[in-house]
Design a protein around this ligand. Structure first.
Ligand code: NIG
Ligand code: FE
Length: 419
């Protein structure tokens, strides 16, 4: 049979198999589906088969062959939590934090998220696109082939919709597929200072309906996310916003337990959210809830690292409770400007107690499920998109072990070499 592409002679091919079409949860996390001297057959941008090089070579004639030359093949990384697109930078705030200021303190004083909001409100869609293309290019070069992107730096209806339009434009301009999330509840904007319930009313009565209209116009599903935190939105406000969002047809996500455990994770599970993200100060009962539900815990170890905090997502406890864990960068100009999922794996191994195999599954297969795309991407299973990385090394265990050096050599998106 003729096929479009055969990548062969991989020292290791990590399939990262799903578990009957579901993510790898609890003790099952870290299943590699490892094939030595592996090959992958690609037709029409999709994976036809993976197997041993000799078997696939005997079966297929390929229009194009890539010799992986005894290196390691893995699925493209999926980054299921980023805050692209933004404008400007906050290097000065990093300096303030190094001098002792706390992240939420800077935000309370009108900086933090609000300072990026001022920049984003000023920017045109084209300016947002131009500013964020280089960030996506870095992400791609470090192996991210699909990512989630959030609004949340507009904080009024028009500017939030402008960010959605910018995400859409960015999606068309470069190879990484972008999944949009609507986050008007990222912070209480300055003009609503001391009147957070009124801002919540505005979100519910105006901004979410505008987002729902955008969804319908563009035939593009959206997640709705809320930053549930002291100084942002409390648990009652988070519930109101998410319930309204669910009624309007949004799928749900929650920023929970980044600094304080307010019950956001339990609420996420109760409302059937696809993911609860951050989960640093997560109470035990919320961890137990993760094990009983299908909400995916997204660990963002770049964030405590970026803030020089010492507490990280309690991954082992979450897995022991039979929870499902994914990893993401949280790439944003405030807490963690890091485009590399390889760096996230390195941090996850050290500070969340993950093995390389667990971190790899959390950064590929489970990450794909965390943005609702587990049927299409995240593993090298037959039928999925051929989003494939060829590493510069033969052994997947070099991921996480080494950091600061890019170990991704070749990036294949939908069967085409893009970098
Ligand atoms: O996930 N915590 C809220 N949002 C981001 C930070 C965004 C910013 O500081 O600009 C986060 O860490
Ligand atoms: Fe975040």
């Amino acid at each position: 049979m003729r096929i479009d592409l055969l990548i062969h002679s991989a020292a290791q091919l990590c399939v990262m198999p799903s578990v009957d079409g579901k993510p790898q949860r609890g003790a099952a996390l870290g299943e590699l589906g490892l094939i030595e001297d592996g090959a992958v057959a690609v037709v029409n941008g999709r994976i036809l088969e993976t197997g041993k090089t000799a078997d696939l070579r005997a079966r297929y004639r390929a229009d194009e062959e890539i010799d992986a030359n005894s290196r390691c093949l893995i699925p493209g990384f999926v980054d299921p939590h980023t805050h692209l697109p933004w404008a400007g930078d906050r290097a000065g705030e990093f300096e303030q934090r190094l001098a002792g200021a706390a992240y939420m303190e800077i935000m309370d004083a009108g900086g933090g998220i609000m300072s990026t909001v001022r920049e984003v409100r000023r920017a045109t869609i084209d300016e947002l696109v131009e500013a964020n293309l280089p960030r996506l290019e870095h992400m791609l070069r470090y192996g991210t082939t699909s990512a989630e992107c959030k609004t949340g730096y507009g904080l009024n209806t028009a500017a939030e919709i402008k960010q959605l339009d910018a995400i859409r434009a960015l999606d068309e301009r470069q190879p990484i597929e972008l999944t949009p999330t609507f986050l008007p509840a990222h912070a209480v904007p300055q003009e609503f200072d001391g009147r957070s319930d009124e801002y919540v009313d505005l979100i519910i009565n105006e901004t979410l309906p505008a987002g729902a209209k955008w969804m319908a116009e563009h035939d593009q599903p959206l997640f709705c996310d809320v930053f549930c935190e002291i100084g942002a939105f409390d648990i009652a406000q988070t519930r109101r916003i998410l319930q309204k969002a669910a009624d309007l047809g949004f799928a749900l996500k929650v920023h929970a337990d980044e600094f304080e455990g307010l019950g956001g994770t339990k609420l996420a599970v109760e409302l059937g959210a696809i993911s609860a993200d951050h989960l640093v100060c997560t109470p035990d009962e919320d961890i137990a809830a993760l094990g009983a539900g299908d909400t995916i815990a997204v660990g963002l170890p770049g964030t405590p690292f970026g803030l020089a905090h010492s507490e990280y997502t309690p991954a082992r406890q979450i897995l022991a409770a039979n929870g499902t864990l994914a990893l993401a960068t949280d790439c944003n100009p405030g807490t963690t400007w890091n485009e590399s999922m390889q760096m996230v794996i390195a941090l996850g191994c050290r500070y969340m107690g993950l093995t390389q195999a667990q971190a790899l599954a959390a950064a590929t297969l489970n990450a794909a499920y965390a943005i609702g795309r587990g049927d299409e991407i995240g593993s090298l299973e037959a039928g999925k998109q051929a989003d494939i990385l060829i590493l510069s090394v033969p052994d997947y265990r070099q991921l996480g072990y080494r950091y600061g050096t890019n170990l991704v050599e070749t990036i294949i998106k939908k069967g085409k070499t893009v970098s």
